[in-house]
Design a protein around this ligand. Structure first.
Ligand code: FES
Length: 676
């Protein structure tokens, strides 16, 4: 008589022989099949559900008899009666293998499943979270056995789930005894297994059925944005953001570094401010999602190097001067409470992605994780535009990264009528090449300024200024309409043929909107604005070009614009300005908040963490500050779109007027060396 049976698991295709009478859950473990279990096979969590298949399977050369599994037992009957078990489903911990069988593991029972989410960015989330719940029954204390409650809990987790060497923080230990007694020695333990010793991060009496939650946080210089994510399926339950409270110490990063240098205790003050911001965001997200903050067991953080150091309470002064040394570039595995994020599960962990280089942060690493240029044969240029542009160029052969000091012009700063992206800011601009008349859209209103109803629709917000994407479109449209020449000079009213070009000292400005008659602002694009944009875009292009030199190429296959700002830039306008190298316009895409997506991927998956840690070690870092060719590229990139590089793809869709308003030689400007 046969003592064992063949079992084939689908969809993995894993197969093997197991002894008759082996529970399906045990067989799955023996064969390395992904089958979930929270209660350790007690028949109470139902995470181990499987769908046995019966009949003939020619493909497998197998015929499965109706009695290939043991009959439904009392535990399953009870579960079905109380909670309901779908037709055809069995509990894997109860059903035993009695003959050759094919067993399907449905997606919701797989530990490392793929979940496609249609949230901000649609993508497949690999679920392999570091923190999981385990239900255990713990031996009660005994006068004759001196071990502590924690040791008996650890022994139960080792015996039932093979979790060896459990560690615990004092904060969790403080809750241990009342919880064990409240649960009558049955508890659900949240255990973090993200690297190093497994850690007990939270404990609940009895079987906890609600999911565990995590936070994915993108800590930017201006805003702190976060998602609250369900750790079982990667679902985003809440998304929110707030201004970085450090803004009061300086708008850009460099001014914050200067604040630290000039004010004793300044770094600690800024650390407190940002940690309070993180705690505030965590509370807001939990409120919005309607989940207890104490059910949040993990946070993943991404940020630029200066924010990274300030968040951790490390003086960022070394990042303000060559050679821009980081305190540590590796990923960090910390207690969330070390970052001042209070109120989470008592032992909640915080994982910070690795930094790529002194000016290329964990946010860029998150973009690299999310976009994965190393997985594609074609050459991808990824540009995350901020005060400091972070640039990645790569394909399956090689990936390079650098940062470039673009300054804050792309964010509307240093622009005469510039402002942050907020209701009332001009975000889209079009200029009629024949009449030179503009029309525009402001944030908060879908109508063009020339459409009926625009005035009424914008009455509440007003038209207050130009945001980053607005200034890019305005300058590009001025170039396309022949109001600005290739050197960046604005022509006079006579040269341009429009009274909207107004003299301003020895230069000209183009009037976009005049509301002075009704007490509103006068919004114009000045020569100084164009120079500021030229400096910023030259720095961006020069950084990208430097990476292309290093790669030995003159063109890229595709460009990905990352970051919240990247989502609003029009590819055509960006290319007219020469912000990015020429490539087919349809190959220029926006990745939305790729850093936030990368943070979510790392939150949902330990393998994603290990993958980006390894990838960051492989990425070659190019330091623009010491690279002499950067200066050459910068100067050549000053023209709109470029002094020497051909832009054939751009030329096929846009003809730029051949105008020249320069009578005395244009000032090319100097590259900014400052960072921030
Ligand atoms: S493992 Fe919990 S019900 Fe089967």
């Amino acid at each position: 008589m046969t003592q064992d049976a063949l079992v084939i698991f689908t969809p993995s295709g894993k197969r093997g022989r197991v002894a008759l009478g082996t529970p399906v859950l045990t067989a799955a473990r023996q064969l390395g099949v992904d089958l979930d279990s929270v209660c350790g096979g007690r028949g109470i969590c139902s995470k181990c559900q499987v769908a046995p298949q019966f009949g003939d399977f020619a493909k497998h050369g197998l015929s499965v008899a109706p009695d290939a599994l043991s009959p439904v037992n009392a535990v399953e009957e009870r579960y079905d009666r109380i909670r309901g078990l779908a037709a055809g489903r069995r509990l894997g911990c109860q059903a035993c293998i009695m003959g050759d069988v094919v067993i399907d593991v449905p997606a919701e029972s797989q530990l490392h499943r793929q979940v496609i989410r249609k949230s901000a960015t649609e993508r497949v989330m690999e679920m392999d979270p570091a923190t999981r719940a385990f239900y255990v029954e713990v031996a009660q204390p005994d006068m004759h056995a001196p071990e502590g409650d924690f040791q008996r809990l650890a022994a139960a987790l080792e015996f039932q789930f093979q979790i060896k060497g459990l560690a615990v923080d004092l904060e969790v230990m403080r809750h241990l005894q009342p919880t064990l007694r409240k649960g009558d020695w049955a508890v659900t333990a949240a255990v973090y297994q993200g690297g190093g010793a497994p850690r007990l991060v939270g404990l609940w009496p009895g079987l906890r059925e609600a999911p565990l939650y995590g936070l994915a946080i993108d800590l930017g210089s201006t805003t702190i944005a976060g998602h609250l994510v369900e750790l079982t399926d990667g679902r985003v339950l809440a998304s929110s953001g707030l201004m970085n409270p450090q803004i009061r110490f300086g708008e850009d990063l460099m001014s914050r570094v200067s604040y630290v240098m000039m004010n004793p205790g300044g770094a600690a003050e800024m650390t407190r401010a940002v940690q309070q911001g993180l705690a505030q965001l965590a509370t807001a997200l939990a409120d919005e999602a309607g989940v207890p903050l104490a059910d949040v067991v993990e946070a993943v953080l991404v940020c630029n190097p200066v924010m990274h150091h300030l968040m951790l309470g490390i003086d960022p002064v070394e990042l303000g001067q060559a050679p821009f040394a980081l305190a540590s570039s590796d990923s960090l595995d910390l207690r969330a409470s070390d970052l001042g994020i209070a109120g989470l599960a008592p032992g909640a962990r915080a994982y910070v992605l690795p930094l790529i280089a002194g000016h290329v942060g964990a946010d860029a690493a998150a973009v690299a994780l999310s976009e994965a240029p190393e997985m594609r044969p074609d050459l991808t240029l990824i540009v995350d535009v901020g005060t400091n542009a972070e640039i990645i160029l790569g394909n399956s052969n090689r990936v390079l990264a650098c940062s470039s000091p673009t300054g804050p012009a792309f964010e509307g700063a240093q622009i005469s009528a510039g402002q942050r992206a907020a209701p009332g800011a001009i975000e889209r601009v079009e200029i009629d090449p024949a009449t030179k008349e503009p029309r525009f859209k402001v944030i908060g209103c879908d109508l063009w300024s020339t459409e009926p109803g625009f005035a009424a629709a914008t009455a509440a917000t007003g038209i207050t200024g130009i945001c980053g994407s607005g200034i890019i479109e305005a300058v590009a449209e001025m170039r396309m309409a022949g109001i600005v020449d290739a050197s960046g000079l604005i022509g006079s009213a006579e040269q341009v043929g429009s009274s909207r070009s107004e003299p301003q000292g020895r230069t000209h400005a183009y009037l976009l909107h005049d509301a002075t008659a009704t007490g509103g602002p006068r919004i114009a694009v000045t020569q100084g604005d164009i120079r500021a944009i030229q400096l910023a875009k030259s720095a961006l292009y020069a950084g990208a070009r430097l990476l292309m030199d290093e790669m030995g190429v003159d063109a890229v296959d595709r460009v990905v614009l990352a970051g919240a700002f990247g989502a609003h830039i029009s590819p055509k306008h960006a290319m007219v300005l020469g912000m990015i190298p020429d490539c087919p316009l349809e190959h220029v895409t926006s990745a939305g908040n790729a850093a936030g997506t990368g943070a979510r991927m790392a939150l949902c998956s330990v393998s994603a963490r290990r993958a980006i840690e390894a990838q960051v070690r492989r990425i070659a870092k190019i330091e623009t500050a010491i690279e002499p060719r950067f200066q050459e590229h910068f100067v050549a990139a000053n023209a709109l779109p470029h002094a020497t590089a051909p832009f054939p793809h751009l030329a096929s869709v846009v003809t730029l007027p051949d105008v020249a308003f320069n009578t005395g030689g244009g000032d090319g400007g100097r590259p900014r060396r400052r960072r921030g």
